[in-house]
Design a protein around this ligand. Structure first.
Ligand code: ITT
Length: 192
């Protein structure tokens, strides 16, 4: 059996292979380099479904997609679904800098990572959300992970940023793990 990972983000592919690998033995996870749909949904869940539907339409192979980002309470939930292009480009360093700039002098730094995990197959679709609460730190710390990880200090941790965690530590509690674990639990045998 094959499953398409409907993302162009290489960091997500790495994490998804780790997260899904041990749960999907015997299933081949294939990458996706087909057309990218317009992500014009208004929620993480809608955009994840848009991406999974586009990949299924293009490949005919049951498809998984991930739409994710960071929501900062003091910024009214921004960057949220606009996380990938918050600073106008797709540059992660620019995006991080802009978040720190917007939070300059702001004491209330609650944030959460959110991931929507979508599965689309013939006549069937399902989406689950995963959340990872924390705060935006005062500055960037660590070199692991990707995207906003150097800024994000998990609430359930020991003060290290997500980029200071080992891959196994991030996988144990991340929004992506929570979303895809819930998806596999809900969809189960349909993946096979
Ligand atoms: P695809 O749509 O092709 O999957 P993308 O990078 O455009 O790839 P999104 O639209 O879902 O994906 O944007 C997600 C952004 O949120 C991404 O660029 C990261 O900056 C950030 N992000 C998501 N998960 C993250 C994580 O685990 N750690 C740090 N940043 C994350």
């Amino acid at each position: 059996t094959r499953l398409v990972l409907a993302t162009h983000n290489a960091h997500k592919v790495v994490e998804l292979r780790r997260i899904l690998g041990n749960r999907l033995e015997g299933i081949e996870l294939v990458g996706y380099d087909g057309p990218e749909p317009v992500e014009d949904g208004t929620t993480f869940a809608e955009n994840a479904l848009i991406k999974a539907r586009a990949a299924f339409a293009h490949t005919g192979v049951p498809s998984l997609a991930d739409d994710s980002g960071i929501s900062v309470a003091a910024l009214g939930g921004a960057p949220g679904i606009h996380s990938a292009r918050f600073a106008g480009t797709r540059d992660d360093a620019d995006n991080r800098r802009l978040v720190l700039e917007r939070l300059d002098g702001v004491a209330e730094r609650d944030a959460e990572f959110v991931c929507a995990a979508a599965f689309v197959a013939e006549g069937f679709e399902h989406v689950e959300l995963g959340r990872w609460p924390g705060v935006v730190g005062a500055e960037e710390r660590g070199s692991g992970g990707f995207g906003y990880d150097p800024l994000f200090v998990p609430a359930d941790g020991d003060g290290r940023s997500a980029a200071e965690l080992g891959a196994d530590e991030k996988d144990a509690i991340s929004h992506r793990t929570r979303a895809f674990t819930a998806l596999l639990d809900a969809v189960g045998d349909r993946l096979r």
